[in-house]
Design a protein around this ligand. Structure first.
Ligand SMILES: C[S@@+](CC[C@H](N)C(=O)[O-])C[C@H]1O[C@@H](n2cnc3c(N)ncnc32)[C@H](O)[C@@H]1O
Length: 359
C-alpha cells in the first residue's frame, strides 16, 4: 500500500514543550504546520495564536485530525480518552456513531470503512504505532524486569547508575542494530522518512540507541512517550501528551475554532500563496521525506510566505540536508537553543534547525 494512502502516524512523537520554546508564539500569530498524527496542530492551540493552518500530503492523516477534533469537541474528558484508546472501552463504535455527523463526507466514508481501527482505539492504529506495539511485545517479554525497573525511576542519578550497570548491554545494543537495519526497515516499515533520504554516515540502530542512552543519562525514562511506546507498546499517563491531559483538552477545546487544515504538498502551497502570511512554521521532520532539492524549495517557500522575524522549527531525524549559502542568510539560527532543545526533547531522535527569518 502506498505510503500516502494509509494511516502512518496516530500518535505524535514530538514534545510540545520543546516546540513551544522554539516558536515563542505570541497572541495574533498565524502558524503553519504539518498534520501527521494531528497532535502538532492540536498542541499549537495551547498557545494564544490567532490561527493554525495544518497541511498534509496524506488525506488520511487529515481524516484522523478530523476525528480527534470531533472527539475533543463533543465528548466529555473520560469518554474522549476512552474513544481514542487511552483507556479501555467497549463502546467506541457507538461513540463514533454519535460524533460522525461532524466529519467531512470523505472522512466519514473513510472511518466507516475502517471501523476496526476505531474499535481498537485509534491512537495506536498508525503503521508506526502498530509496529512499535508488535516489537514491544517481544521486547517486554524478554526484558520485563529491566523495563519495569527502568520505568520506575524518578531520580535521574539512580537511573543513570542502573543504565550503566544493568540496562546498557552488548546484546541489547546489537538488538537495535539488527532490528533497525535499513533493509529490514524497508521491508517492514517502508516509510520514506526513515529509509529514503538517510544521511549515509548514519547507522539507524546506533543512531537511535546512542540518542536513547544520552536521554536516559539526564531524564526519567517514564517521561518519554517514545521510550514507553518502544518498551511497552503503550503510552501511560506519566508521558501523556498535553492534548490527552484534562487541562490540555480544556484549553484546546476552547481554541478549536482557530484550526483549519488542507490536504496537499506543503512546498507547492507555500510557493503559491501571497508573501508574508505566517509568523511561525512548525515543520516537524518533514525534511526526512524529501530530497535535497525539495528541501531547498521548502526553505525558499518558507522565506516567501514568512513575515519578517517569523520563527521556524525544523526537526532533523536521520536526514542531513545542507542549507545552501544563497538561502542561509534568511535563516537566523539560534545554535544554543538548538542544542538545548536537542537535549531536552523526550522523543530523543531529533536534531533541530530553530530561529527566526531575516528578510
Ligand atoms: C513530518 S512527519 C510526522 C511524523 C512526526 N514525527 C509526528 O510526530 O507526527 C510526516 C508527515 O509529513 C507528511 N508529509 C511529508 N512530506 C510532505 C509534503 N511535502 N507536504 C505535506 N505533507 C508532507 C507525511 O504525509 C506525514 O504525515
Amino acid at each position: 500500500m502506498d505510503f500516502y494512502n494509509r494511516l502512518n502516524y496516530s500518535l505524535g512523537n514530538e514534545d510540545w514543550s520543546v516546540e513551544e520554546q522554539a516558536l515563542r508564539i505570541t497572541s495574533g500569530n498565524k502558524i503553519l504546520c504539518v498534520t501527521a498524527s494531528g497532535d502538532r496542530p492540536l498542541h499549537l492551540l495551547l498557545s494564544d495564536c490567532e490561527s493554525v493552518f495544518s497541511i498534509d500530503m496524506n488525506p488520511i492523516q487529515n481524516y484522523l485530525l478530523e476525528l480527534k477534533i470531533a472527539a475533543l469537541s463533543l465528548l466529555d474528558y473520560e469518554e474522549y480518552l476512552a474513544f481514542l484508546g487511552c483507556t479501555e472501552s467497549a463502546h467506541r463504535i457507538g461513540t463514533f456513531t454519535k460524533i460522525k455527523s461532524h466529519l467531512s463526507s470523505k472522512a466519514k466514508i473513510y472511518w466507516e470503512n475502517h471501523k476496526k481501527m476505531i474499535m481498537k482505539g485509534i491512537i495506536y492504529q498508525g503503521r508506526v504505532e502498530k509496529l512499535t506495539h508488535f516489537g514491544a511485545k517481544f521486547i517486554y517479554f524478554v526484558r520485563r524486569k529491566e523495563i519495569n525497573t527502568l520505568l520506575s525511576f524518578d531520580d535521574p542519578k539512580k537511573q543513570r547508575e542502573y543504565v550503566s550497570l544493568k540496562w546498557d548491554t552488548k546484546w541489547w545494543r546489537k538488538f537495535f542494530d539488527i532490528f533497525l537495519n535499513p533493509l529490514l526497515m524497508k521491508i517492514i516499515l517502508n516509510d520514506p522518512g526513515v529509509i529514503s533520504f538517510l544521511d549515509p554516515s548514519i547507522k539507524p540502530g546506533q543512531y537511535i540507541y546512542q540518542r536513547m542512552l544520552k536521554y536516559l543519562q539526564h531524564y526519567p525514562a517514564k517521561k518519554s512517550a517514545l521510550i514507553q511506546l518502544v518498551l511497552t507498546g503503550k503510552v501511560l499517563e506519566d508521558a501523556y501528551f498535553p492534548y490527552l491531559t484534562f487541562s490540555g483538552y480544556t484549553k484546546i477545546r476552547s481554541n478549536i475554532h482557530k484550526l483549519t487544515f488542507q490536504t496537499g504538498n506543503i512546498i507547492e502551497y507555500i510557493h503559491q500563496i501571497e508573501p508574508n502570511q505566517f509568523d511561525c512554521f512548525s515543520m516537524s521532520d518533514i525534511a526526512s521525506y524529501m530530497p535535497q532539492h525539495d528541501f531547498e524549495k521548502l526553505l525558499q517557500g518558507i522565506v516567501h510566505s514568512a513575515n519578517s522575524s517569523a520563527r521556524f522549527c525544523i526537526r532533523k531525524f536521520m536526514s542531513n540536508h545542507a542549507v545552501p549559502d544563497a538561502i542561509s542568510p534568511y535563516f537566523d539560527r539560534d545554535s544554543q537553543l538548538e542544542q538545548h532543545l536537542e537535549n531536552e526533547e523526550s522523543n530523543f531522535v531529533y536534531r533541530f534547525m530553530v530561529g527566526k527569518i531575516k528578510k
